[in-house]
Design a protein. Structure first.
Length: 595
């Protein structure tokens, strides 16, 4: 048996046992608490809901624990330099051309410095529907080719029909032009990768003929707001450990996140054709979360799909406010719920089917939690009155057992599943010295505490966004594929209010209902309902620019040379002053890290 397969199976058993143990403990505590006044139908329903919810949280915690103990080593390769041709694909959809093409120029210059530009061509694959933006794309592409001196190795095409969205865009290129290239590096419009990393990925692909897809772990950069910098910190500090856990559990059936990944073109062409699902959206039509499906199809065809967490120099940008994140998350929700139609697809591995289930539960967990809270609110109303004399002619009353301690233990345990992995990762970062890249143990510790506090406050708000998304999909409302807003200006309070005033109403109704039906539940509902009442203010505040020592990351303390090079190019293109340009180091002043 392959060593990677053996390790993956052992890791899956460990993670599964941890999940079952933790979820079982939560279920046991709940049933003891609920049975204190007799088991009712609502209690059984709540037991099912709490078991599902804690199983999902426990599985996520188990992945981080597995990742803490997994230390992958770079593969030993038989070739020193790649020799096969690679196409670097940059899909765009109503993007700012200067923002996107400045990244392309930075990557091209990095490849020139690596002495490998002759093996790498860039293809700008436009699905832009706005004619004015399309005209700007052509103008900026002409400037890009001129400055890069890249005629014959940089290409631009705009599809007349954007059928299949991004997956169709990539498929169109692979079908028509993929035969000219051994590999294809799939990026997003906001992706940026160092030349060293791109070359190393091609080297690893060429050295392993069975490798169909190689995924990197992108780090978020250029965040400015409190919300964005929180995501940026989490992606740099927590995500590497979670990613190591995912990589070990997946083994030869790793993930594909849709970008910052390299594929073998013949494998992708032969295995990953995605016809539209029968019926109308949201469950029919184009497969929105195509990346997980493509990874499953490659694994079904016998190709190795791998996440190499040791590869650095891979970057992307994220939204700077929760409203923009929720818009993107709405599309992911619809795409993941579509996978319910694919779980039983023939030939898929058990792990691939489990990945589909995980993706579905990632969104169903929010309405499950909401339903649990609602039933907890109304349960006291339907509870039978306390019978102090259950036996005939009983002289002394029998008082029900006080199971409050069980409820408190359950609440603490659930919260622990959310924060314990982050605290363990912080301890690991201190022991290994990784905190140095985040300003030291004190600053990293403050950032971890602030991130936990902020994410806890945002959790009820995100719960409502995701619950609404699930309800919309379930009731047949198609969210489509909206263009991504990048580098948006500061969010106005009026916009935050308009997007979340319905949450304020739900928070108010929740507290009023608790005060009327179940005053004893008030203390449990306040941490959930108050953030709903304050949702406009929370979203507005976290969307404001944030500086200071909190959320310092390695990219802020010491920017990767490719990031600095891209900023220099964009500054020139935007007409910035020479003093600003000279303050930014060039690519030649450092090297990308693979640590």
């Amino acid at each position: 048996m392959d060593a990677a397969v053996s390790k993956a199976r052992i890791a899956r058993v460990i993670a599964l046992l941890l999940t079952i143990g933790l979820a079982g403990t939560a279920a046991s505590l709940f049933i003891q608490f609920a049975a204190s006044d007799g088991v009712q139908v609502l209690d059984v329903v709540r037991l099912v809901l709490i078991t599902l919810s804690t199983s999902w949280l426990a599985w996520g915690a188990s992945q981080s624990i597995v990742g803490l103990f997994h230390r992958p080593q770079p593969p030993i390769l038989s070739i020193a330099r790649p020799t096969k041709r690679t196409a670097i694909l940059v899909p765009v959809y109503n993007e700012d051309p200067a923002e996107t093409f400045s990244r392309v120029l930075a990557m091209d210059r990095a490849l020139v410095r690596e002495g490998m530009s002759g093996l790498f061509d860039f293809a700008i694959l436009s699905d832009t529907r706005d004619g004015e933006i399309a005209a700007m794309e052509e103008l900026w592409f002409a400037r890009l080719v001129t400055e890069a001196r890249a005629k014959g190795r940089m290409f631009y095409r705009r599809r007349a029909d954007n059928a299949g969205k991004k997956a169709g865009n990539i498929e169109d290129f692979i079908t028509k032009h993929g035969g000219a290239y051994e590999f294809a590096l799939i990026l997003d419009a906001d992706s940026l990768m160092s030349g060293e990393t791109i070359v190393e990925m091609a080297r690893r692909m060429e050295a392993e003929p069975k490798l169909g897809l190689l995924q990197t772990l992108p780090r978020i950069i250029n965040a400015r707001s409190g919300f964005g910098r929180g995501m940026q910190f989490a992606a740099s500090f927590f995500s590497p450990v979670f990613a190591r856990g995912i990589a070990l559990l997946a083994g030869r059936e790793g993930p594909f996140w849709g970008h910052n990944a390299m594929v073998r073109t013949k494998a992708f062409a032969a295995s990953c054709g995605l016809p539209a699902l029968r019926g109308q959206p949201p469950f029919g039509g184009p497969v929105l979360s195509h990346d997980y499906v493509e990874a499953a199809l490659l694994a079904r065809a016998g190709w190795l799909v791998r996440l190499d967490t040791d590869l650095g120099g891979s970057f992307e940008e994220g939204p700077d406010n929760l409203i923009e994140f929720a818009k993107r998350d709405r599309r992911w929700c619809q795409g993941n719920l579509q996978h319910a139609r694919l779980i039983a697809a023939p030939g898929l591995s058990i792990w691939s089917r489990m990945v589909f289930v995980q993706g579905i539960l990632a969104y169903l967990s929010s309405p499950i939690w909401a339903a649990f809270l609602i039933l907890g609110l109304v349960a006291p109303y339907f509870a039978p009155p306390t019978d102090y004399f259950p036996q005939p002619y009983q002289l002394f009353p029998v008082f029900p057992d006080d199971q409050t301690s069980k409820a408190i233990t359950l609440l603490v345990g659930i919260f622990g599943l959310l924060i314990l992995p982050k605290l363990l990762i912080f301890i690991e970062a201190v022991i290994t010295g990784r905190v140095k890249a985040f300003g030291g143990a004190l600053r990293a510790g403050l950032s971890v505490i602030w991130e936990i506090a902020t994410s806890s406050v945002l959790a009820p708000v995100m719960l409502l966004f995701q619950t609404r998304s699930v309800i919309q999909v379930m009731t047949g409302i198609d969210g489509g594929w909206p263009a991504t807003s990048r580098g948006t200006s500061e969010l106005m309070f009026a916009d935050a209010w308009a997007a979340t005033r319905w949450m304020v109403a739900i928070g108010a109704v929740t507290l009023l209902a608790a005060g009327y039906w179940a005053p004893a539940m008030m203390i449990w509902l306040v941490p959930v309902a108050v953030p709903m009442l304050a949702a406009p203010a929370i979203i507005w505040a976290t969307a404001r620019p944030m500086g200071g020592p909190i959320y310092l990351s390695g990219q802020e303390l010491k920017p990767d040379p490719i990031v600095a090079e891209r900023e220099r190019i964009l500054a020139v293109w935007r007409g910035e002053t020479q003093s600003v340009i000279e303050d930014v180091p060039s690519v030649g002043e450092g090297a990308a890290s693979h640590a």
